[in-house]
Ligand binder design. Structure first.
Ligand code: XMP
Length: 513
């Protein structure tokens, strides 16, 4: 962690990641750590401020997660949110009452002290509450800064305002003045500087990579997606041709995807990239395979084999770089309290490679969220067509062809998918959508076009989401649907029917298999 950021101790709230994002939106670095971190470990990271997140537990339960007493003695400002507030209240000598029912939803708070954390906030403002317990009495010498209209203590601070607690969630959109409240903590109380920018990030990473790699060589696996593309161009910026980018075309990419990616990286940015067409071998191994999990397994295994094989020619390589992002790191363990163990990003399908090939991992994006990666990519000069690209699964079109994968079916799907996406670009809708794609169905319905009978069916999917964990279907205008459907049916040989998937996640998943 770069010095000067905010450390968030995670007590298990569903909003912890959101707190980190909101802070980074203010150009201040923030990192989530397990709540068991010690005071000494915190000092090593040199944060300017600490936030204790919310959480599902009650501080009055015997096995409720606690806090290292040394943390509370640190000369660093601490803001407790919800559970964090209650924990501090208890540890500094106040009382927390466990209420049976709790309070969830929008509440109105009245500000008693318009300075400190409420500077520039309206005297009465809406906030989002989500808690079971509430503060009954504040520690000695502490002040009540705000209360809800039904007299629940909503914000407190100690005498010198270095310990603050709020009962509501400033990070969610339902707290309209939440941004001002967070900014007050960051810039007035913790004295952070707003210098966490893509430009600074690149400069810092370039230095780190140069120092670590020296004169040695790094292999970069490129999948065509945003994360690995940005990783490859960052490595190129740091060490030029010492970074060797390798792209395996498994033949399951979208139309022109491999070529576009290579052109942008090689011609646009001078990245030393090598493209290997391995589609024959992937396709032959997928012959007659219908089960999606089998498809995934075969593709994953073959990817490792192909990658190993083509990398052999670069014999004096010491590192493997890949585009692991912060959400992958968090999922791998912070919330489970297991620490931030390195994960191999599954969709790069290189799981097991560093072990087998005896390579050290370089993951320059492991502190970043997706939107931050996109900003870094823009700063590095990658074209918008690559940066704004929707997520794409590692097994590619194989999981969007329901039933067996054949060259012919791949061509049908590619053509339909291309028409669909080009249509969304034309209408200016592509960027509003998190993920859009066509699926080739295994059912066959009869249609007659001219004198020929046709059978194939295509489903279109378009969803909005922030992280792919939940998603809502995107309501494409009827006019657009009509155009897309007739274009697909009229120009893709064999397709006679187009259907639209209008299912959210949950209960559906984004992909069909
Ligand atoms: P689901 O279908 O699980 O998708 O709602 C959530 C996100 O994950 C992507 N996805 C995959 N990515 N390998 C990947 O690399 C896979 O096997 C895979 N399956 C789903 C999906 O595209 C969506 O963004």
């Amino acid at each position: 962690m770069p010095a000067g950021g905010i450390l968030i101790l995670d007590y298990g709230s569903q909003y912890t990641q959101l707190i980190a994002r909101r802070i980074r939106e203010q150009h201040v670095f923030s990192e989530i750590v397990p709540c068991g971190i010690t005071g000494r470990q915190i000092l090593e990271k040199q944060p300017k401020g600490i936030i204790l997140s919310g959480g599902p537990s009650s501080v009055n339960e015997p096995d409720a997660p606690g806090i290292d007493p040394d943390v509370l003695d640190l000369p660093i400002p601490i803001l407790g949110i919800c559970y964090g507030l209650q924990l501090m209240t208890l540890r500094y000598g106040g009382k927390v009452h466990t209420v049976g029912s709790g309070e969830y939803g929008v509440a109105e708070i009245e500000i008693r002290n318009p300075d400190v954390i409420f500077r520039n906030v309206s005297s009465s403002t809406r906030v989002w509450m989500s808690h079971r317990d509430r503060v009954e009495s504040v520690p000695e010498g502490w002040n009540i800064l705000a209360e809800t209209t039904n007299r629940v203590i909503a914000a407190v601070s100690n005498a010198d305002d270095t310990r603050l607690g709020i009962q509501f969630h400033p990070e969610v959109v339902h707290t309209p003045e939440g941004e001002t409240i967070l900014r007050n903590f960051l810039f007035r109380i913790a004295q952070c500087s707003a210098d966490w920018t893509p430009g600074n990030f690149i400069q810092e990473q370039v230095e780190i990579i140069r120092r670590r790699v020296g004169h040695r060589k790094v292999l970069v696996g490129v999948s065509g997606g945003v994360d690995s593309t940005v990783t490859a161009s960052l490595l190129n910026r740091a060490i030029g041709d010492q970074a060797i980018a390798v792209m395996i075309d498994h033949g399951l990419l979208r139309k022109n995807e491999a070529a576009d990616c290579v052109t942008a990286l090689r011609d646009g940015l001078g990245v030393n990239i090598h493209l290997y067409d391995q589609s024959d071998i992937f396709l032959s191994r997928l012959t007659n395979i219908e089960d999606p999990e089998k498809k995934r397994k075969i593709i994953g295994e073959q990817f490792i084999r192909s990658f190993e094989q083509v990398s052999r020619q670069f014999c004096d390589v010491d590192f493997l770089a890949q585009g692991t992002l912060y959400p992958d790191v968090i999922e791998s363990g912070v919330n489970a309290g297991r620490g931030t163990a390195a994960v191999i990003k599954s969709h790069h399908n290189v799981g097991g490679l560093p072990d087998k090939m005896d390579l050290d991992l370089i993951e320059p994006l492991r502190d970043l969220f997706k939107d931050e990666v996109r900003n870094v990519g823009r700063e590095l000069g990658l074209p918008e067509s690559l940066i704004g690209r929707h997520p794409f699964p590692g097994p590619g079109l194989a999981v969007r062809i329901l039933g067996p994968v054949t060259l012919e079916r791949l061509e049908i799907l590619r053509a339909a998918d291309d028409i669909y996406l080009r249509g969304l670009h034309e209408e200016g809708l592509y960027r509003e959508i998190w993920q859009a794609f066509a699926v080739l169905l295994p059912i066959r319905t009869v249609g007659v076009m001219g004198d020929q009978r046709t059978y194939d069916n295509v489903a279109l999917r378009a969803v909005t989401s922030t992280d792919g964990m939940t998603a809502d279907w995107y309501p494409l205008p009827n006019r657009v649907l009509r155009t897309l459907s007739s274009r697909i049916v009229n120009s893709v040989d064999g397709v006679n029917r187009v259907v639209m998937d209008i299912t959210s996640k949950p209960p559906g998943t984004i992909e069909w298999e």
